[in-house]
Each structure stands twice: as structure tokens, then as C-alpha cells.
Ligand binder design. Structure first.
Ligand code: AMP
Length: 190
């Protein structure tokens, strides 16, 4: 199986690139943010809980997020592999992901980071808010909190994948096709 973590700050282009990558490699796309938003739209119990964190820019608690992601992974009978987009975001999530993939006899093939500077992230998210209707993209204070949480809680898990020699980074600013080429070069070399 080919199991890729697409890593990077909010607004790095993970969603955009994931759509292209699943098409090229025939993978299942699992975006925790998308799953939470679908639940928020459907006003499920999970959605109502998630909304109270997401609108403020906070992370949804690990136990909720990990359980949800594991159940999404287990829904797939014979996947060629997964693209994890927006997960893991904490070290507890990274450890849990390794554990449940190993329970299925597989593992992370690579963690690829899209490198985008904070100022570019701010501009992209405020622009995205115009179409996305996402409350967490429309407020600069929430955006700044999300960037800070990314640095404090999410960036350190890079070390986990570096130790396994499974970490790479590509520059995430430029034409979508150029960035896609950089990503596929990395993935093809895994
Ligand atoms: P995203 O669409 O990836 O930017 O995620 C939007 C929001 O969903 C985040 O700001 C968090 O509040 C929540 N979220 C998404 N993925 C996770 C995760 N792996 N752990 C905790 N919260 C998450």
C-alpha cells in the first residue's frame, strides 16, 4: 500500500494537491477537516462537538479525532492506499496512526510537507474565506491561532517521520502543476 501524509500549515494547498494525487495514484483521500465539516453540515453529534473547537481555531480533542479517523480507515476494504490530509496534527495522533496501520499490516510510506510562509498562509486563507464560507478562514485572529497551534503542536511531529527516514519537504508556492510535479517526484521515489 502507498500511505502518504500530506503535511503543512492551514492553506498550504493540501486539499488541492490531494485531489490530484488520489487521481494519479488511486488512493483514498482522508481529510479530517472535510469529515468534520460534513458532520457540522449534517448537524450530527460529532459535528456539533467539532464546531465548538473549529470555529475558534482550536484542535478537536485527540480521542475524538483519532476514533473518527480510525473508523474511516476501517471502512475501506481493499484500498490501494491513503492520503492523510490534516491528520496527524499531534504526536498522540501520529502514534495512533502508526498503531492502527500496523494492525492492518501496513505503514506510512512517506510524510511530505508543503512549505508555505505565514504571510502567504494569511493571504490565502482570507481569500479562501470569500468562497468557502468557513468561519475559521474569515477571522485573522482565528487564523493566527491556527498558525500558532500548527507550530506548537503539529510541526514537532516531523521529528517522528524524520527518525523513520520517511520525511520530505517541497516548496508549496507557485503553479499548482509545478507543485504537483515536485510532490509526485518525491512519492515516486518512496
Ligand atoms: P483543516 O480543514 O485541515 O484546515 O481543518 C479545519 C479544522 O478542523 C482545524 O482547524 C481543527 O479545528 C479541526 N481539525 C482538522 N483536523 C484535525 C486533527 N487532525 N486534529 C484536531 N483537529 C482537527
Amino acid at each position: 500500500m502507498l500511505n502518504i501524509i500530506l503535511f503543512g500549515p492551514p492553506g498550504a494547498g493540501k486539499g488541492t494537491q490531494s485531489v490530484k494525487l488520489i487521481e494519479k495514484y488511486g488512493l483514498v483521500h482522508l481529510s479530517t477537516g472535510d469529515i468534520f465539516r460534513a458532520n457540522m453540515k449534517g448537524e450530527t453529534e460529532l459535528g456539533i462537538l467539532a464546531k465548538s473547537y473549529i470555529d475558534k481555531g482550536d484542535l478537536v480533542p485527540d480521542e475524538v479525532t483519532i476514533k473518527m479517523l480510525e473508523s474511516e480507515v476501517n471502512k475501506q476494504e481493499n484500498p490501494k492506499g491513503f492520503i492523510f490530509d490534516g491528520f496527524p496534527r499531534t504526536s498522540a495522533q501520529a502514534v495512533a496512526l502508526d498503531q492502527f496501520l500496523s494492525g492492518r499490516g501496513t505503514e506510512i510510506s512517506g510524510c511530505v510537507s508543503l512549505i508555505v510562509a505565514d504571510d502567504e498562509v494569511r493571504v490565502r486563507l482570507l481569500n479562501r474565506a470569500k468562497d468557502s464560507g468557513r468561519a475559521d478562514d474569515a477571522d485573522i485572529n482565528v487564523i493566527n491561532d491556527r498558525i500558532q497551534i500548527y507550530k506548537n503542536e503539529t510541526l514537532p511531529i516531523i521529528g517522528h517521520y524524520e527518525k523513520l527516514d520517511r520525511y520530505s519537504a517541497v516548496y508549496g508556492v507557485g503553479e499548482i502543476e509545478e507543485i504537483f510535479k515536485l510532490l509526485t517526484d518525491v512519492i515516486d521515489s518512496l
